[in-house]
Design a binder for this molecule. Structure first.
Ligand code: AMP
Ligand code: FE
Ligand code: FE
Ligand code: ZN
Length: 288
């Protein structure tokens, strides 16, 4: 079982990298990728744990990006597998993103604190030092303070994108990110494509031009088998991947118990597709 998209406490997961690897091994995962948002800070600990429990580890990053499409700007997550973690341009860009996410989260807490008993210290208490901050940490603090019952409830109410407390953050342009990942020797795979695509639309409404642009920029693969990818779009994405000889992956996007429903190994990637990722990557060695 190969699961190539999971999170630890180094971003918005609830498990330490060690716990994440141990739980993956217990769930029957043989090769795991750790892909925290915009950081490589969990790689070392995860690799040590994987060696101890005897599973393979593929270090990765889920890079936050933005794209201009018809109808406005959208958030796009790009999984970067095995980029060089000392590559200066890529690391500088990730740091810029993390810093912007920090000031943005502080601004959201300032707005929230006008109406709710919530302080920045409450949010910090939910985070590991050096972790990438996001709405999930604010959601956890809101749950701890008893203001909302669960993380998901926070996301559908006061942390929602259309809530007055919401503040947007800086992210690198998607095409630029794909280029940076490639230059750092990494393999880029678009995470959970079309996750925000409005319900009730059909194949002819899909943003074909946007995908063509990503592929021209050097996108290497598509994460099609993920619980949040709309069913109706999967044949279209599969055909696109075949036509452009792209890697197709499946993953859980596990964040830990209580954070999201996603379970380790609920979607998996074939050994052949993992092999293609390993062959294409030149930035770093997987621990296999
Ligand atoms: P942000 O990037 O700070 O705006 O927050 C988005 C992140 O929150 C995503 O990467 C998800 O991991 C997480 N997220 C989004 N929606 C939910 C939800 N309904 N429940 C729990 N976590 C969520
Ligand atoms: Fe996340
Ligand atoms: Fe994501
Ligand atoms: Zn993710």
């Amino acid at each position: 079982m190969i699961d190539l998209h999971t999170h630890s406490r180094k971003s918005d997961g609830v498990d330490t990298p060690t716990e994440l690897v141990e739980k993956a091994a217990e769930a029957g995962v043989k090769v795991l990728a750790i892909t925290d948002h915009d950081t490589v800070s969990g790689w070392e600990e995860a690799a040590a744990a994987a060696a101890r429990v005897g599973i393979g580890l593929v270090p990765g990053i889920e890079v936050s990006t933005r794209s201009e499409v018809e109808g406005g700007r959208i958030s796009v997550h790009i999984l970067a597998y095995l980029p060089d973690p000392t590559n200066a341009p890529l690391m500088a860009e990730l740091e810029k993103t993390r810093n912007s996410r920090l000031t943005r989260a502080q601004e959201m807490v300032t707005r929230l604190s006008a109406d709710y008993p919530l302080s920045w210290e409450d949010v910090l208490a939910e985070l590991d030092p050096g972790a990438t901050v996001g709405r999930p940490a604010i959601a956890d603090a809101l749950v701890t303070k008893g203001i909302v019952p669960t993380r998901s409830d926070a996301f559908t109410s006061i942390l929602h994108r259309r809530s007055p407390y919401y503040v947007s953050d800086y992210s690198i342009d998607t095409l630029a990110a794909i280029g940076l990942i490639r230059a750092a020797g990494g393999v880029s795979v678009i995470a959970h494509p079309l996750i925000d695509f409005p319900a009730g639309r059909s194949e002819s409404d899909l943003p074909a031009k946007h995908f063509e642009r990503l592929i021209s920029a050097g996108l290497d693969g598509i994460e099609i088998n993920h619980r949040s990818v709309p069913e109706f779009a999967r044949p279209w994405l599969t055909e696109l991947a075949l036509r452009h000889n792209l890697v197709v992956t499946g993953s859980s996007d596990y964040h830990g118990l209580g954070a999201k429903e996603n379970q380790l190994g609920e979607n998996t990637t074939s050994a052949e597709m993992l092999g293609r990722i390993l062959d294409q990557a030149t930035g770093f060695e997987a621990f296999l």
